[in-house]
Design a protein around this ligand. Structure first.
Ligand code: NAD
Length: 582
């Protein structure tokens, strides 16, 4: 049995106490040999099981005294190493892996063996690790999930569990959950329906919550709703990990999600529920259905909107034209595109623009052509943005007619920003803003190199998946990554810090303006409209403060705003330090 030597009032598995807000940095734990476990203490195993529990395991970092105390003397190599030394070994092995997928598998193994070391490595090598634990490699990880599966992580709620979902949630060992990321696997990145294999996404996103905003991993829960898949390749694959049936749809699907959301309210009442990678017809509908009922948001819609708005705000410092001067054309008109469009309109209105005029600045081109009023095939979410304009299909023709200052790709269609398209943007603008946001890399509408070389280095470019710096006409240009990871971890931390009961659009606007405020002149001069990823924990803390202040100001959090909020938020942030067992 393990007991904190200084009682901070929380359970071992919940280093953050949601009532007191206390998070000890490097904890001391007393190992008690008595058989009784009191509240606030967690029974931990002795002997070999210690090494097999990733939350407790320190591997070769267990001291000789700890090894004796925990009954693991002899079960580890004799040399006692520091966490730093262990990390050197991990990085050495990581670099011997010949493919990104094998790096992903290796890191997953580390996550399963030694959680603190996993986060230590992630946080100290964030730039190198982000593309492995998240896009683009996580996409490959999801496609192969059944084939590379080793150990379970997270909760799977299947359609067969209907009527019994609460009991399934109660199987999770920890009640103090603060953040849940849930997917139904229907639109994983730009890769389509990956069914239960989509579990890689909530796992990856929650790793980012911890690494980038310091949400204690013990407070995070990845969930996959397995409602089937229409991916025939998976249905035919004997190693597919989900139930091999077609997707449940319509009222049956809605009833199932409703039961799940209500069960979460009962079993994990403090949790923020982040919807991730649902197909657009469900994403938009479920957001509208639940946003005023529970503490939830949809990252593909709202997180993407905020990171893109931040990029546009920074880009306007490079182009010399503020947001209200922009004319924005979206390629793609799904959940992400219309979410971004809506948030831009809200911000333009806040900046003093008339709403109709702001709506008039936003244009969409979907798979059938320009979104115009004369079309009778428009989905409901596109109708408010339909323009009184003749129909047009060809993207370059649309650009010539609409004269956008910014072209934003959220279509999931790779290589669609062709040379004539980019050149036309370059003809119309001194500094054309080109954001190719579709993920993973293969779906990016164009590469950084294409955007820069076809505009002779004038493009202000960012993408969803990362690209390396590009040299154009002797100048090195650094493309930005419009990664939602700049936004959602900080928003989650802010909601947690204020105990807000709703996640509002205004929170995403303050997150975006805060993020844009972190972009230095040096970054802008190098071409990059986002801050360096290495500063992301500071960005997340600042976003959390802004979000928490907004929660109190708008009345979605109770009580008085906390004083010294930044220190409070920073104190909540998990550090991957090993506890000391004594
Ligand atoms: P979605 O399925 O809701 O929308 C896709 C849209 O693209 C639809 O409107 C569809 O009509 C349109 N489309 C398809 N083919 C087209 C074509 N040939 N021409 C024009 N439009 C076409 O998906 P979503 O959630 O909006 O995501 C779209 C893409 O954006 C994905 O690749 C996703 O990975 C990416 N995304 C990136 C970020 C980010 O980088 N921050 C965040 C969210 C989504």
């Amino acid at each position: 049995m393990l007991k904190k030597s200084e009682d901070t009032g929380g359970a071992f598995s919940a280093l953050y106490d949601s009532k007191t807000g206390k998070t000890p940095d490097s904890e001391r734990y007393e190992v008690c040999m008595s058989s009784e476990t009191k509240a606030g203490e967690r029974e931990i195993p002795r002997g070999i099981a210690v090494i097999h529990d990733p939350r407790i395991n320190k591997g070769t970092a267990f001291t000789s005294a700890e090894r004796k105390l925990l009954g693991i003397s002899g079960l580890l190599p004799p040399k006692v190493m520091t966490q730093e030394e262990q990390a050197v070994r991990i990085m050495e092995a990581f670099h011997t892996k010949s493919s990104d997928l094998s790096k992903y598998i290796y890191l997953t193994g580390l996550h399963d063996r030694n959680e603190a070391l996993y986060y230590y490595v992630l946080m100290h090598h964030v730039e190198e690790m982000l593309p492995i634990v998240y896009t683009p490699t996580v996409g490959e990880g999801c496609k192969q999930f059944g084939h590379i599966y080793r150990r379970p992580r997270g909760l799977y709620v299947t359609y067969e569990d209907r009527g019994n979902i609460e009991a399934v949630l109660r199987n999770w060992p920890n009640r103090d959950i603060e953040v849940i990321v849930v997917t139904d696997g229907e639109r994983i990145l730009g890769l389509g329906d990956l069914g239960a294999n989509g579990m890689g996404i909530p796992i990856g996103k929650l790793s980012l919550y911890t690494a980038l905003a310091g949400i204690d991993p013990a407070l995070c829960l990845p969930i996959t709703l397995d409602v089937g898949t229409n991916n025939q390749e998976f249905l035919d694959d004997p190693l597919y990990i989900g139930k091999p049936h077609e997707r449940i749809q319509g009222d049956d699907y809605d009833d199932f999600v409703e039961e799940f959301v209500m069960a979460v309210q009962k079993v994990f009442p403090s949790a923020i529920l982040q919807f991730e990678d649902f197909a657009f017809h469900n994403a938009i509908r479920l957001l509208a259905k639940y946003r005023d009922r529970v503490t939830m948001f949809n990252d593909d819609i709202q997180g993407t909107a905020a990171v893109t708005l931040a990029g546009l705000l920074s880009a306007s410092r490079l182009t010399g034209q503020d947001l209200t001067k922009q004319q924005i054309l979206f390629f793609g008109a799904g959940a992400a595109a219309t979410g971004i469009g809506q948030l831009i309109v809200e911000r333009m209105v806040e900046m003093g623009m008339d709403r109709d005029e702001a709506m008039g600045r936003i244009w969409f081109r979907d798979s059938k052509g320009l979104v115009v009023k004369s079309r009778d095939d428009l989905a409901e979410h596109k109708i408010p943005f339909a323009h009184d304009h003749p129909p047009l299909e060809d993207l370059k023709d649309i650009i010539t007619r609409v004269e956008p200052t910014a072209l934003i790709g959220v279509s999931g269609q790779g290589q669609t920003f062709t040379e004539p398209v980019i050149c036309e943007m370059g003809r119309l603008n001194d500094r054309p803003i080109i954001l190719a946001l579709s993920n993973p890399t293969s779906k990016s509408e164009c590469t950084a190199e294409q955007a820069y070389s076809w505009t002779k280095g004038r493009a202000v470019f960012a993408s969803g998946s990362p690209f390396n710096p590009v040299e154009v006409e002797g100048r090195k240009i650094v493309p930005g990554q419009g990664n939602n990871a700049y936004i959602f971890p900080g928003v989650g931390l802010g909601v947690m810090a204020s105990r807000a009961t709703r996640v509002t659009d205004r929170m995403f606007i303050v997150a975006a303006t805060t993020l844009a405020g972190f972009v230095s002149q040096d970054s802008l001069d190098s071409g990059c409209i986002y801050p360096p990823i290495v500063s992301i924990r500071d960005v997340s803390a600042a976003i959390a403060v802004a979000v928490a202040e907004e929660a109190w100001a708008s009345g979605v959090a109770d009580g008085e705003p906390r004083r010294e909020l930044l220190s409070f938020v920073k104190a909540l942030m998990y550090q991957p330090e090993y506890p000391i067992y004594a």
